[in-house]
Design a protein around this ligand. Structure first.
Ligand code: DX5
Ligand code: ZN
Length: 217
Protein backbone atom coordinates (compact mmCIF):
# COMPACT_ATOMS: atom_id res chain seq x y z
CA UNK A 1 0.00 0.00 0.00
CA UNK A 2 1.31 3.42 -0.98
CA UNK A 3 0.47 6.48 1.11
CA UNK A 4 0.01 9.88 -0.49
CA UNK A 5 -0.39 12.64 2.12
CA UNK A 6 -2.54 15.50 0.85
CA UNK A 7 -0.65 18.77 1.22
CA UNK A 8 -3.98 20.61 1.43
CA UNK A 9 -3.99 19.74 5.15
CA UNK A 10 -0.33 20.68 5.70
CA UNK A 11 1.01 23.69 7.59
CA UNK A 12 1.52 26.27 4.82
CA UNK A 13 3.68 28.45 7.05
CA UNK A 14 6.10 25.56 7.57
CA UNK A 15 5.78 23.54 4.38
CA UNK A 16 9.43 22.46 4.55
CA UNK A 17 8.63 20.47 7.72
CA UNK A 18 5.69 18.66 6.10
CA UNK A 19 7.62 18.03 2.87
CA UNK A 20 10.32 16.41 4.98
CA UNK A 21 7.70 14.21 6.68
CA UNK A 22 6.50 12.91 3.31
CA UNK A 23 10.08 12.40 2.08
CA UNK A 24 10.90 10.35 5.15
CA UNK A 25 7.75 8.38 5.83
CA UNK A 26 5.36 8.36 2.88
CA UNK A 27 5.45 7.49 -0.83
CA UNK A 28 3.83 10.23 -2.90
CA UNK A 29 2.98 13.95 -2.56
CA UNK A 30 -0.74 14.47 -3.29
CA UNK A 31 -1.34 18.04 -4.48
CA UNK A 32 -4.94 19.25 -4.78
CA UNK A 33 -5.44 21.99 -7.35
CA UNK A 34 -8.88 23.67 -7.20
CA UNK A 35 -10.14 26.49 -9.40
CA UNK A 36 -13.28 27.70 -7.61
CA UNK A 37 -15.36 26.69 -10.66
CA UNK A 38 -15.21 22.91 -10.93
CA UNK A 39 -15.36 22.82 -7.13
CA UNK A 40 -16.55 25.57 -4.76
CA UNK A 41 -13.09 26.08 -3.28
CA UNK A 42 -9.71 27.48 -4.32
CA UNK A 43 -6.47 25.90 -3.15
CA UNK A 44 -3.05 26.53 -4.71
CA UNK A 45 -1.31 26.41 -8.06
CA UNK A 46 2.05 26.51 -9.80
CA UNK A 47 4.20 28.41 -7.25
CA UNK A 48 3.38 25.93 -4.48
CA UNK A 49 3.84 22.87 -6.71
CA UNK A 50 7.20 24.23 -7.97
CA UNK A 51 8.41 24.98 -4.46
CA UNK A 52 7.54 21.47 -3.26
CA UNK A 53 9.17 19.95 -6.36
CA UNK A 54 12.48 21.54 -5.37
CA UNK A 55 12.55 19.63 -2.08
CA UNK A 56 10.54 16.51 -2.94
CA UNK A 57 12.28 13.14 -3.00
CA UNK A 58 9.00 11.37 -3.80
CA UNK A 59 6.78 11.70 -6.90
CA UNK A 60 4.35 14.61 -7.17
CA UNK A 61 0.75 13.57 -7.86
CA UNK A 62 -1.31 16.56 -9.01
CA UNK A 63 -5.09 16.10 -8.61
CA UNK A 64 -6.74 18.65 -10.89
CA UNK A 65 -10.16 19.79 -9.71
CA UNK A 66 -10.51 22.32 -12.48
CA UNK A 67 -12.61 22.88 -15.59
CA UNK A 68 -10.88 22.39 -18.97
CA UNK A 69 -8.00 20.42 -17.42
CA UNK A 70 -6.30 20.07 -20.85
CA UNK A 71 -5.35 23.76 -20.63
CA UNK A 72 -3.02 23.26 -17.67
CA UNK A 73 -1.70 19.69 -17.75
CA UNK A 74 1.49 20.69 -19.54
CA UNK A 75 2.28 23.47 -17.07
CA UNK A 76 1.85 21.11 -14.13
CA UNK A 77 4.15 18.63 -15.85
CA UNK A 78 6.73 21.40 -16.20
CA UNK A 79 6.17 22.36 -12.56
CA UNK A 80 7.34 18.87 -11.57
CA UNK A 81 4.32 16.55 -11.56
CA UNK A 82 5.03 12.93 -12.38
CA UNK A 83 1.36 11.94 -11.99
CA UNK A 84 -1.54 14.11 -13.13
CA UNK A 85 -5.18 13.20 -12.66
CA UNK A 86 -8.26 15.02 -13.91
CA UNK A 87 -11.98 14.53 -13.33
CA UNK A 88 -14.00 12.55 -15.83
CA UNK A 89 -16.83 15.02 -15.07
CA UNK A 90 -14.63 17.88 -16.31
CA UNK A 91 -13.39 16.19 -19.50
CA UNK A 92 -16.22 13.80 -20.50
CA UNK A 93 -15.69 12.65 -24.10
CA UNK A 94 -12.28 14.33 -24.18
CA UNK A 95 -11.02 12.06 -21.38
CA UNK A 96 -9.26 9.47 -23.50
CA UNK A 97 -7.53 12.10 -25.60
CA UNK A 98 -6.37 13.90 -22.47
CA UNK A 99 -4.97 10.68 -21.02
CA UNK A 100 -2.83 10.30 -24.15
CA UNK A 101 -1.63 13.89 -24.12
CA UNK A 102 -0.63 13.67 -20.44
CA UNK A 103 1.27 10.46 -21.20
CA UNK A 104 2.97 12.19 -24.14
CA UNK A 105 4.42 14.63 -21.60
CA UNK A 106 6.12 11.70 -19.88
CA UNK A 107 3.69 11.88 -16.96
CA UNK A 108 1.39 9.18 -15.57
CA UNK A 109 -2.25 9.94 -16.35
CA UNK A 110 -5.10 9.27 -13.93
CA UNK A 111 -8.86 9.55 -14.33
CA UNK A 112 -10.91 10.69 -11.30
CA UNK A 113 -14.58 10.16 -10.46
CA UNK A 114 -16.72 11.81 -7.82
CA UNK A 115 -19.01 9.64 -5.65
CA UNK A 116 -22.09 10.34 -7.81
CA UNK A 117 -20.50 9.34 -11.11
CA UNK A 118 -21.38 5.76 -12.19
CA UNK A 119 -18.12 3.79 -12.28
CA UNK A 120 -19.01 2.39 -15.73
CA UNK A 121 -18.41 5.84 -17.20
CA UNK A 122 -14.66 5.44 -16.80
CA UNK A 123 -14.43 1.81 -17.94
CA UNK A 124 -13.22 2.85 -21.42
CA UNK A 125 -10.49 5.00 -19.82
CA UNK A 126 -9.21 2.04 -17.79
CA UNK A 127 -7.82 0.61 -21.03
CA UNK A 128 -5.13 3.29 -21.22
CA UNK A 129 -4.98 5.27 -17.94
CA UNK A 130 -1.97 4.71 -15.69
CA UNK A 131 -4.14 4.90 -12.57
CA UNK A 132 -7.68 5.67 -11.45
CA UNK A 133 -8.68 7.89 -8.53
CA UNK A 134 -11.96 7.09 -6.80
CA UNK A 135 -13.21 9.97 -4.65
CA UNK A 136 -14.63 8.76 -1.35
CA UNK A 137 -15.98 12.26 -0.60
CA UNK A 138 -17.15 14.97 -3.03
CA UNK A 139 -14.07 16.78 -4.32
CA UNK A 140 -13.53 20.27 -2.95
CA UNK A 141 -12.63 20.12 0.71
CA UNK A 142 -10.41 18.25 3.12
CA UNK A 143 -11.73 16.90 6.40
CA UNK A 144 -14.97 15.33 5.11
CA UNK A 145 -16.39 12.00 6.22
CA UNK A 146 -15.63 8.86 4.18
CA UNK A 147 -18.64 7.66 2.13
CA UNK A 148 -18.98 3.90 2.85
CA UNK A 149 -20.45 3.11 -0.63
CA UNK A 150 -16.99 3.86 -1.98
CA UNK A 151 -15.88 0.35 -0.99
CA UNK A 152 -18.25 -1.26 -3.51
CA UNK A 153 -17.16 1.24 -6.16
CA UNK A 154 -13.52 0.31 -5.60
CA UNK A 155 -14.40 -3.40 -5.87
CA UNK A 156 -16.28 -2.80 -9.13
CA UNK A 157 -13.39 -0.86 -10.66
CA UNK A 158 -10.86 -3.44 -9.46
CA UNK A 159 -12.97 -6.22 -11.04
CA UNK A 160 -13.12 -4.34 -14.35
CA UNK A 161 -9.35 -3.68 -14.36
CA UNK A 162 -8.81 -7.41 -13.84
CA UNK A 163 -11.34 -8.28 -16.52
CA UNK A 164 -9.45 -6.30 -19.15
CA UNK A 165 -6.19 -7.94 -18.09
CA UNK A 166 -4.52 -4.88 -16.64
CA UNK A 167 -3.10 -4.13 -13.20
CA UNK A 168 -3.22 -0.38 -12.61
CA UNK A 169 -3.30 1.26 -9.19
CA UNK A 170 -6.56 2.46 -7.66
CA UNK A 171 -6.08 5.61 -5.60
CA UNK A 172 -8.70 6.55 -3.01
CA UNK A 173 -9.17 10.10 -1.75
CA UNK A 174 -11.33 11.58 1.00
CA UNK A 175 -11.88 10.70 4.64
CA UNK A 176 -9.16 8.05 4.54
CA UNK A 177 -7.21 7.14 7.68
CA UNK A 178 -5.90 4.26 9.78
CA UNK A 179 -9.48 3.25 10.68
CA UNK A 180 -10.61 2.40 7.14
CA UNK A 181 -7.26 1.66 5.46
CA UNK A 182 -7.63 -2.11 6.01
CA UNK A 183 -11.05 -2.29 4.35
CA UNK A 184 -9.80 -0.13 1.48
CA UNK A 185 -6.85 -2.46 0.94
CA UNK A 186 -9.19 -5.47 0.87
CA UNK A 187 -11.51 -3.74 -1.60
CA UNK A 188 -8.60 -3.28 -4.03
CA UNK A 189 -7.13 0.15 -3.29
CA UNK A 190 -3.40 0.57 -3.84
CA UNK A 191 -2.73 4.26 -3.09
CA UNK A 192 -4.35 5.99 -0.11
CA UNK A 193 -4.60 9.78 -0.12
CA UNK A 194 -4.81 11.16 3.39
CA UNK A 195 -4.90 14.80 4.48
CA UNK A 196 -6.39 15.36 7.92
CA UNK A 197 -5.62 11.88 9.21
CA UNK A 198 -1.90 12.56 8.61
CA UNK A 199 -1.30 16.24 9.20
CA UNK A 200 -3.80 16.71 12.03
CA UNK A 201 -2.66 13.54 13.82
CA UNK A 202 -0.65 13.84 17.04
CA UNK A 203 1.96 11.60 15.40
CA UNK A 204 1.79 11.89 11.58
CA UNK A 205 4.55 9.32 11.00
CA UNK A 206 2.64 6.77 13.08
CA UNK A 207 -0.59 7.48 11.11
CA UNK A 208 1.28 6.85 7.84
CA UNK A 209 2.82 3.66 9.25
CA UNK A 210 -0.59 2.32 10.36
CA UNK A 211 -2.10 2.93 6.91
CA UNK A 212 0.87 1.48 5.07
CA UNK A 213 0.59 -1.76 7.00
CA UNK A 214 -3.21 -1.83 7.12
CA UNK A 215 -3.50 -5.03 5.10
CA UNK A 216 -1.43 -6.86 7.68
CA UNK A 217 -3.54 -5.82 10.65
C1 DX5 B 1 -10.61 16.81 -1.56
C2 DX5 B 1 -9.18 16.48 -1.92
C3 DX5 B 1 -8.51 15.61 -0.96
C4 DX5 B 1 -8.41 16.13 0.44
C5 DX5 B 1 -8.45 14.95 1.34
O1 DX5 B 1 -11.23 17.40 -2.63
O2 DX5 B 1 -9.12 15.86 -3.19
O3 DX5 B 1 -7.23 15.19 -1.44
O4 DX5 B 1 -7.26 16.88 0.70
O5 DX5 B 1 -8.53 15.37 2.64
P1 DX5 B 1 -8.94 14.41 3.83
O6 DX5 B 1 -7.95 13.30 3.85
O7 DX5 B 1 -8.83 15.32 5.02
O8 DX5 B 1 -10.33 13.93 3.57
ZN1 ZN C 1 -7.17 14.99 -3.85
Amino acid sequence: MLIAPSILAADFLHLDKDVELVNRHADIFHLDVMDGIFVPNISFGFPVVEAIALKAEKPLDVHLMIVEPWKYAERFAKAGASMISFHYEAALDKSQELISSIQALGVKAGIVINPDCPVEKVFPCLETADFVLIMSVFAGFGGQKFIPDSLDRIKAVRAQIRKIGRDIPIEVDGGVGPDNAGELAKAGASILVAGSSVFKAPDPAEAIFLMKNARLR
